[in-house]
Design a protein around this ligand. Sequence first.
Ligand code: ADP
Ligand code: ADP
Length: 229
Amino acid sequence: AGTVRFEDVRFAYNPERPILRGVSFEVPAGRTVAIVGPSGAGKSTLSRLLFRFYEPQAGRITIDGQDIAAVRQDSLRAAIGMVPQDTVLFNDTIGYNIRYGRWDASEAEVREAARLAQIDRFIESLPEGYETPVGERGLKLSGGEKQRVAIARTILKSPPILVLDEATSALDSFTEREIQAALDRVSRDRTTLVIAHRLSTVVNADEILVLDQGRIVERGDHPTLLTQG
Ligand code: ADP
Ligand code: ADP
């Protein structure tokens, strides 16, 4: 389960300036589709529509054939896991941050998710800027480490659909490779929509869509798009 379809989706924040000008694609259940395109192309807007933060002005978005316009936003949030580019952490331990939304998870499950995301050494730590009542201070996590907290949270939540915001441009290449490996583990066998700036980061996608100025201007697999330049 978990096939996502965009059918001729049109959207504008402001009627004079269309952002999505008729976008159609399908992410078959369990597959990975990447949306690549320059800044401002409408990639984040696509994912906001999938969460129903906004409604399309035309066209529709379905999950397993059901129009999401008829699905409550909290159900969508339960069905779709998001690994954002910038993760904001709550004022509590990294372990709590991983458990967030899965309060029934056992300690062992939280540890296993943290281990898979390679963030287990920080599980008892607090994030930077926070302090316990007895004056213990938080730890400064790098962008990559924060993203791994979000990955661990997603592993624990185990949603059928994933949205990965892979614009990891702020990370060094070693961290980027590590994050990539963790993301590949989470997305295996799950319906996954990857949002990326660069073709080089989406080698494992089954299909890549190039979005530019609100339209899909190219689609294909990684080798095909690379040879086309
Ligand atoms: P991308 O993720 O590809 O960089 P976005 O979907 O964030 O693109 O943005 C697409 C366009 O929509 C941009 O021109 C951006 O300025 C505009 N935009 C994004 N969010 C809003 C908003 N809340 N209100 C008005 N315009 C917006
Ligand atoms: P991202 O999703 O990449 O983290 P944002 O969604 O905050 O970034 O914004 C994406 C782009 O949309 C940025 O260029 C931002 O300036 C623009 N944008 C965001 N909100 C608005 C808005 N309310 N009006 C106009 N442009 C906006």
